[in-house]
Every structure is written in structure tokens, then in C-alpha cells.
Design a protein around this ligand. Structure first.
Ligand code: ADP
Length: 720
């Protein structure tokens, strides 16, 4: 009898076995429908084997699905990723099938010429339609638009029988990228980097690189050239470029389209499901060469993946923390290893993990030193707020105000950076000191003036700003404390009423379309002063921007978790790197109460090496990443007693292990979220310890009750 192991999307750690019915020929990667209780579920075959005389009665597979087979290495990757992150393998497999959830797009109606028939009355409009159409078939609306006529003209030709309607299957066609379409003339550093990457993709085999260069040094240009050469050598090669934010995809897609004369496929949660299905099928059939996407694009069924690029590799957004918990950058490296492909991690401020891998020789290290062309890095000045504090209830100090004024007078742009959404981060009662929080969550409510509401950024809870303090009941005592971007913009409008200002945050640009519009307006000089959160700090190119003001450079340094200093350094480097990208010199002013802080001193000196050396030394002394490894267990549930008990059970059943410590259980910093109590345990291990093996052995010793959720976070980024 033949038995197949099938990965089904359930929170279990194993594949399920089913009998393969006589006559059904199955292979690893095939998609099948299998019975589970009363239902049929979609699953992926992970293994098929012969068994003799098993006394277990297995249910048979119901039928094979008429869907493409997942490539062998995609299944390898899914299984590896599940083991690495301690996630259910069936749920990882489901991530690889996400593109198939939507029905196929409906067949399209197109019009085409009927033989050689000419119109009875050949008006100019009719001739334009026929000339535009030629031998092709296209949609009537598109044809009318392309010919510059009204749709009535097309309809008239249809009625007359000159044109006819045909129905065609909607298959996404991706024009093959043309490597020679519009190459850039690379500078010597860029050429050396592109050579090294292209040589690796052509040689084949796993080859990881760090592409390390300041913002604007031309990293994108260098990896696009490497991609072109990869395609030149092998026109079937597939290339995946991962970006941390959906907002960055449009600019890159435009660049790729200009470079290769063909648009790449786009993949992220903002893409409509029918389109996603088309991309999925095109990737699986090898009909699509270049994919630009967010981290979930890692799970597409590539058949010939030769090159992966993780742009802005240091960015914390690559870490997915909801649902499947994984780090997109780390899985990209794993996918490259499994595919025998080249992976390029690009950044101006690489993560300490990646720098450590580059230093120790595990990754090739490609450096671009200068900015391309005339662009220079901005001068960075620390502004000591102790000597020139802003006036009460304002946030911009006198020197920064003057700098904004000068920049505006020259017709250049200013970016004011503050990584805080809304109007004020805290609302409290002047009478009793009560801080407004969401009713079932330990996080403060943030005031949003544009909408007039108080919002919990963690859970999305919102309420109108009350007139009475909910704690003491006194009226009109609530005050807004501290600035958010909306409040800084209010100040800017008062100071420079004639300037065109805008706010860039996830509240003012909630979707890709509005983000694109605002970025374009800024790039074209339609905004004088942009107040922005980190959403605008990354990757964009604003030629007229010459001043970056960081409103609160100390913000990220407070509170402190493992990567607080690193993140602050990266974010502020990115933010200040926005200035002076074209031929106008830029400058950056950082307002701070602690100008002696090593992170800020290193920033002001433009000395990344000094920062990295100091931070590495601290991590090494504490054996923290990249010198050791971490994993977190987070327990949560509405029943505090059950959460408490599981925490105690876990603490009481820690397997013996050397060079490894368990900290906790402790209340999580956010001890209450959406009414659920939360507790955390943290594991630290030396690098050579089998951390996943330890976690598996540990979790096997406890029984998790249905009322408590236990989530494992290998290499945690959030310590809340
Ligand atoms: P990075 O990715 O390192 O931030 P980019 O590749 O985006 O840098 O380059 C910054 C700017 O310089 C872009 O406008 C890009 O078009 C331009 N540029 C980079 N390299 C070249 C080159 N070799 N020739 C012409 N323009 C270039």
C-alpha cells in the first residue's frame, strides 16, 4: 500500500498520513484534498512511501487537485522554515499556497478585426481605431482610450461587423525583461560589486553577500546590473527583490521597468487576490522573471530562483510577529541556501548580525564608499536642548526654526522627522494624574486631532476625547502631553504660514496609493516642509530636500531593549541620509537632551565603525546576538490563573542544558492586551547550542491548555 504524508494547515507539528488510492500517482509537492473529520481540506504532499501490512487504518486521499505541483525545493524551504521557527509545517505550507485562495480571474472580452472588412463610412475616428488595433485583440475600453475616441465609435464598428468580440482566458503575461534595454554606466565600486554578484549567480551554488554602501551610493543600480547579467546568462533565471515596506515598491518597480523595458511582478498584501493568483501561477510556470515584494514573496513557488536581494536588510519590518513568526531576511538566506542561489543583503546601516557574518568571512562584503555623482552626505549637527530649549508647549528650538526658515527662503525642502503618530502620545488628567489607557490593554491612548479621537496603537481601540476625566470625573482637566507629528505640523504652520506643509504617517497615508501620491508631490517639490514618521525616512529620493530636522533624537534610546541603540542609529542615519541626495549639499540637525550619548556622537561624526565597535563590545560581553541566540516564549489568555499555571509548569520542566539560560517567567511589559494576560520567558543560548532542539524538548514536557496561547519567537525583535 502507498502512504502519503500530507501537510495541512492546522496547528500541529507533524504531517498527517493518508492512504494513496489505487491508480493515483502522487509526488512530493502535489496538492490534494484530504478528509479531516467531516470536511475536506487542501494539503501538500510532503512524502510518498510504500508500506507493507500496516495495521493502522488510514483514511484515503480524496482526490488530487488540479493545481500546479509545488517545486521540490519550495517544499524543502517550507519544512526548513517550520523547523527553524518551531511553527506548524502545514501552516508554513499554507503560506506558500496563499496565492491560490482567489478564484481565477474571469475570462476577458476583447475585440479584434473580422478579416479584411472595411467600415462603410471610414471617419477619422474609425480609422484611428483600426490603426490602433492592428492585428491585436484588446478590450473595447482600452482600445477607445488608446485611439483617443469615445466608446461609441468602437461599438459602431462592432455593430457593423467590422470588429468582433472574443472571450479569452485571463493569463497574466509578463514581458521578458531585456537586460540590455537601458543599462547605467556604473562607477568602479558599483561595477566591482555587480561583477562579484553576477559571477556568483553564474557559478551557481549558495553565495551570500552584504552590499554595504551609504544611502545614495548606488546599491540599487549595482544589484539591478547583476540581475541583468544573471538574465543574460540564463533567460529563465528568476530574481526576487524583497523590500521592507509596501510604500517602497512603486519606486523600485518604476526603476526596474525603465531599466529592463518590462514591468516586474509585484507581490504583497495590497495586491488583489485574483492578481495574486496570476502572479503565483506565472512564477510556478517560470513565466515571470523578476518579483518585487514584501517578505511573503519568499514563499512563492520559484522554479529557477538564482538571485535574491533583501533591500534595507537591517529593517525590523522584515520580522513578522503576527501569525507565523519569522524574520524575512533570515529566511531569505535560508531559501538561497536551499535553492543554491545568490543572496544580496543591501543596506547603508547593516544589522549587527549581518556585519558579524561579513566580518567573519561567511558573507562576501561588497562596499560602495562614495555617494554617486556629486551628492554628498549631509553634515550632521547635534543640537543641545539643554542650552537652547524650545519655548513651552513647542517642540522646535530656535536654531532649528532658523534653519527651516533659511531652507524655505532658498526654495528648498525640509523633512522634520518624529517617529510618533498622532497629535500627542499621552493624555492625562491635570487634577488626578490619571493616564488615559484602553479599557482592556496596558498601552496609552494617543490623541489624534485630525479625527478628534484617542487611539490605542496596539489594538486599534478608539474613543472620542472625553470632557470628564474617567477617573476623577472632573471636567476639562485632560491635557495632551508631548508631541506627535500632527502637533509638530501645527507648530510649523504657525511659524511658516506661507509654506506648503504635509504630514506623512500611516494615518495620513493609509494605503499605497495615497503614499505614492504624497511621495510624488514631495519629489516634485510640491511640499516645502514634510513632517514624517519613519514611513518617510526610508529609501525615498527627494532631490530638493536639503534639511532634515530630527525633533527628538533621544526617543528611540529610551525604554531600551536589545536593539534600541542599533535601531536608533539606523533610523537616524536613514532619516538624515534623505538630505542632499542630488547636487545640493544637505544638512541634518538632531535635537537632543543627551548630546554625549555614544550613539549620537557616532552619528554626528558619521562614524558607523565607532558605533558598531561599541555596540558589538556590549553584545559580546553579555553573549547576546550576534554572539549568542535568543528565543522568547509568550503565554497569553483571558484566564489569568491558567496562564500563571502554564508559566509555572514551564519553569518547572526546563530540560538540562549547558551554555543556555532561561529567564522568567515574568509579566510581559504589556501585561494586558485585549483583555488577555501575558507572561514571557526568555532563553539565551551560546551560538553552538541547538536552541530549536532544546525548545522542542522543553515544549514536549508540558501540556498547553486550550485556553492559553503559547507562541514561540525565535530571535525576538519585540520585547513587549
Ligand atoms: P542606494 O540604493 O544606494 O540608495 P541608488 O541606486 O538609489 O542608491 O542611487 C542613488 C541615485 O543615484 C539614484 O537616483 C540613481 O539613479 C543614481 N545613480 C546611482 N548610480 C548611478 C550610475 N552609475 N549612473 C547614473 N546614476 C546613478
Amino acid at each position: 500500500m502507498k502512504v502519503a504524508s500530507v501537510l495541512i494547515p492546522l496547528p500541529v507539528s507533524e504531517a498527517f498520513d493518508y492512504e494513496v488510492p489505487e491508480g493515483l500517482d502522487l509526488m512530493r509537492g502535489d496538492q490534494v484534498a484530504v478528509p479531516l473529520g467531516p470536511r475536506l481540506m487542501r494539503g501538500v504532499v510532503s512524502e510518498v512511501r510504500e508500506t507493507t501490512g500496516s495495521n493502522r487504518r488510514l483514511k484515503p486521499i480524496d482526490h488530487a487537485l488540479d493545481e500546479p505541483r509545488l517545486p521540490e525545493r519550495t517544499v524543502d524551504f517550507v519544512e526548513w522554515a517550520a523547523r527553524w521557527t518551531l511553527s506548524p509545517p502545514g501552516e508554513m505550507a499554507a503560506a506558500a499556497l496563499k496565492g491560490l485562495r482567489a478564484p481565477r480571474p474571469r475570462p476577458e472580452r476583447r475585440v479584434r478585426l473580422v478579416g479584411e472588412r472595411a467600415p462603410v463610412r471610414p471617419t477619422a475616428a474609425r480609422t484611428a481605431v483600426l490603426d490602433t488595433l492592428g492585428e491585436r485583440a484588446m478590450s473595447g475600453a482600452e482600445l477607445a482610450r488608446a485611439a483617443g475616441v469615445s466608446s461609441g465609435v468602437v461599438k459602431g464598428l462592432l455593430d457593423e461587423g467590422v470588429l468582433e468580440v472574443i472571450v479569452v482566458e485571463a493569463v497574466a503575461a509578463f514581458d521578458p525583461p531585456r537586460p540590455d534595454h537601458a543599462p547605467a554606466a556604473l562607477n568602479p565600486d558599483q561595477a566591482a560589486a555587480a561583477d562579484a554578484i553576477a559571477a556568483a549567480t553564474q557559478a551557481g551554488g549558495f553565495a551570500p553577500f552584504l552590499l554595504d554602501g551609504v544611502t545614495g551610493s548606488g546599491k540599487t543600480e549595482a544589484y539591478l546590473e547583476a540581475a541583468a547579467r544573471t538574465l543574460q546568462a540564463d533567460p529563465t533565471a528568476q530574481i526576487l527583490i524583497l523590500l521592507p515596506e509596501i510604500a517602497l515598491t512603486q519606486a523600485l518597480i518604476a526603476r526596474i521597468t525603465a531599466r529592463f523595458g518590462a514591468a516586474p511582478a509585484e507581490w504583497h498584501s495590497g495586491i488583489a487576490p485574483p492578481r495574486r493568483r496570476q502572479v503565483w501561477e506565472a512564477v510556478a510556470a517560470g513565466r515571470c522573471n523578476i518579483v518585487v515584494g514584501a517578505r511573503s514573496a519568499l514563499f512563492l513557488p520559484y522554479v529557477d530562483l538564482r538571485l535574491l536581494v533583501v533591500d534595507e536588510e537591517h529593517d525590523g519590518s522584515f520580522k513578522q510577529e503576527e501569525g507565523l513568526v519569522y524574520h524575512g531576511r533570515d529566511l531569505a538566506v535560508a531559501r538561497a541556501r536551499i535553492e543554491g542561489a545568490t543572496v544580496v543583503l543591501a543596506s547603508a546601516t547593516p544589522s549587527l548580525e549581518t556585519l558579524w557574518n561579513a566580518r567573519s568571512g561567511r558573507y562576501g562584503w561588497l562596499k560602495l564608499d562614495a555617494r554617486h555623482g556629486a551628492a554628498r552626505l549631509p553634515d550632521i549637527a547635534l543640537l543641545d536642548l539643554r542650552t537652547c530649549p524650545p519655548d513651552p508647549q513647542t517642540w522646535l528650538s530656535q536654531p532649528l526654526r532658523e534653519a527651516i526658515g533659511e531652507t524655505f527662503a532658498r526654495g528648498e525642502q525640509t523633512l522634520l522627522f518624529l517617529n510618533r503618530r498622532g497629535y500627542a502620545p499621552v493624555v492625562l488628567c491635570r487634577a488626578c494624574g490619571h493616564r488615559m489607557t484602553a479599557p482592556d490593554t496596558d498601552s496609552w491612548l494617543v490623541e489624534h486631532r485630525y479625527t478628534g479621537r484617542l487611539v490605542c496603537h496596539l489594538t486599534g481601540f478608539t474613543m472620542a476625547r472625553p470632557r470628564l476625566c474617567p477617573a476623577c470625573g472632573v471636567a476639562d482637566t485632560l491635557v495632551s502631553v508631548g508631541p506627535g507629528v500632527e502637533r509638530v505640523e501645527e507648530e510649523v504652520r504657525q511659524l511658516f504660514p506661507e509654506a506648503r506643509t504635509a504630514v506623512f504617517s500611516s494615518d495620513t497615508v493609509p494605503d499605497g496609493k495615497s503614499a505614492r501620491a504624497l511621495i510624488q508631490r514631495m519629489a516634485e517639490g510640491g511640499i516645502d516642509i514634510l513632517v514624517a514618521t519613519q514611513a518617510a525616512a526610508k529609501g525615498h529620493n527627494f532631490p530638493l530636500l536639503t534639511l532634515v530636522g530630527v525633533v527628538d533624537a533621544d526617543l528611540g534610546l529610551r525604554g531600551g531593549d536589545l536593539r534600541a541603540a542599533e535601531r536608533t542609529f539606523q533610523l537616524l542615519t536613514q532619516a538624515t541620509g534623505r538630505a542632499g541626495r542630488a547636487d545640493r549639499p544637505g544638512r541634518a540637525i538632531l535635537q537632543t537632551w543627551t548630546p554625549e550619548h555614544p550613539v549620537l556622537l557616532a552619528l554626528a561624526a558619521g562614524d558607523r565603525d565607532a558605533f558598531v565597535a561599541a555596540e558589538m563590545a556590549e553584545r559580546e560581553a553579555a553573549s547576546l546576538p550576534p554572539f549568542g541566540r535568543l528565543a522568547a516564549l509568550i503565554l497569553s489568555g483571558e484566564n489569568a490563573v491558567a496562564v500563571e499555571k502554564l508559566a509555572r509548569d514551564l519553569a518547572g520542566s526546563i530540560p538540562n542544558a549547558e551554555r543556555l539560560e532561561v529567564y522568567g517567567p515574568a509579566d510581559a511589559p504589556l501585561g494586558l492586551v485585549r483583555g488577555r494576560r501575558r507572561k514571557r520567558l526568555l532563553v539565551r543560548a551560546d551560538r553552538d547550542v541547538d536552541l530549536q532542539g532544546f525548545l522542542r524538548a522543553w515544549l514536549a514536557r508540558v501540556k498547553v491548555p486550550g485556553s492559553v496561547r503559547l507562541s514561540v519567537d525565535v530571535d525576538p525583535y519585540s520585547f513587549l
